[in-house]
Design a binder for this molecule. Structure first.
Ligand SMILES: Nc1nc2c(ncn2[C@@H]2O[C@H](COP(=O)(O)OP(=O)(O)OP(=O)(O)O)[C@@H](O)[C@H]2O)c(=O)[nH]1
Ligand SMILES: [Mg+2]
Length: 288
């Protein structure tokens, strides 16, 4: 029997504000050792709170298991991460119009502020230029767009939130429309919550993360535009990233996964696909 399980981990209910919450990171890492050198003593990893997937014991985590530019440990469920085919399935104006898949293939939803790079990330993941339409102007994606990958799982491009200046016709009521999608889509494995690394942390992104947490929807923070060395608002991208990551570390007892990406350079693309494969395969596991 195929058991469909909810994504892991389920985040604790969160308040709407981003409290500082102290926690101690207990992940232990063993230093990499070559076959000729004896194993090094275990060193506590103090700074980086790791996301440890199912199938991995905390004490077995080593640095080689952590995906570059992320806090994500790769576990035994990872595999088949290559994108071989992509098909546009449909655009839906309402959550209830989304494809009804009789075999409930798993899906990942890409969400974030308008212009954060959702459609660009999808194009980057599938290595095609314009599968998803992008624009310099915020508010380009207005519908829920389903793309079928390798005929076995879906990527979903969503309209952005937080864009108040769109013309009336282009405005999207994110709360009624996209929230309806998240609350009713039982084939959703995980959301990818995109965060623009070229601007300082934004309250609206934290509110969105909290909303997902409160509704028990698993998500991965995907930092976009990490190719931008100088950010638009004076701070460097890496300063913005550090601030955001510190907030994550201080807030979550079990930190959600995060990864740095760029749709321009391809940074993080293959690693994000690997991470998604482990989420997918775990979700899809068979239980007899
Ligand atoms: N430098 C850089 N620019 C990016 C990156 N990703 C996206 N962009 C640019 O950001 C702008 C917005 O990209 P989109 O992919 O359309 O953003 P979106 O989140 O889908 O926007 P909406 O559909 O309006 O919500 C475009 O001009 C992209 O070229 C990136 O990784 N690096
Ligand atoms: Mg878009």
């Amino acid at each position: 029997m195929l058991l469909r399980v909810r994504p892991f981990p389920s985040f604790p209910p969160l308040s709407t504000s981003f409290h500082r919450r102290r926690y101690s990171v207990s992940a232990q890492v063993t230093t990499a050792s070559s076959p000729t050198t004896p194993p090094q003593p275990t060193t506590p990893l103090v700074k980086t709170a790791l996301f440890i997937p199912p199938g991995v014991a905390e004490e077995d985590v080593s640095m080689e298991m952590v995906l570059p530019g992320s806090n994500i440990v790769l576990g035994p469920y990872a595999g088949d991460a290559k994108v071989k085919s992509v098909e546009f399935v449909k655009s839906s104006a309402k959550a209830k119009d989304c494809p009804r898949d009789p075999i409930r293939r798993p899906e990942f939803a890409v969400l974030g502020r308008s212009n954060v790079g959702k459609s660009s990330l999808i194009n980057s993941l599938v290595r095609k230029k314009d599968v998803a339409l992008t624009s310099k102007k915020p508010g380009k994606t207005q519908l829920i767009n389903h793309f079928l990958i390798n005929k076995s799982w879906y990527l979903v491009d969503l309209p952005g939130y937080g864009f108040a200046h769109a013309p009336r016709s282009a405005k999207t009521d994110w709360s009624a429309f996209t929230k309806g999608y998240f609350l009713n889509r039982d084939s959703l494995v995980s959301a990818l919550l995109l965060i623009d690394s070229s601007v300082p942390p934004q309250q609206i992104d934290l509110d969105c993360a909290n909303w997902l947490g409160r509704n028990n929807i698993g998500f991965t923070f995907v930092f976009t535009k990490c190719d931008k060395v100088r950010a638009t608002k004076g701070k460097r991208s890496d300063d913005n990233l550090k601030k955001f990551q510190d907030m994550i570390s201080n807030y979550y007892k079990e930190p959600p996964p995060w990864i740095m990406t760029s749709s321009v350079t391809g940074l993080g693309r293959d690693d994000l696909l690997l991470h998604m494969s482990q989420l997918r395969n775990y979700w899809d596991q068979e239980d007899i």
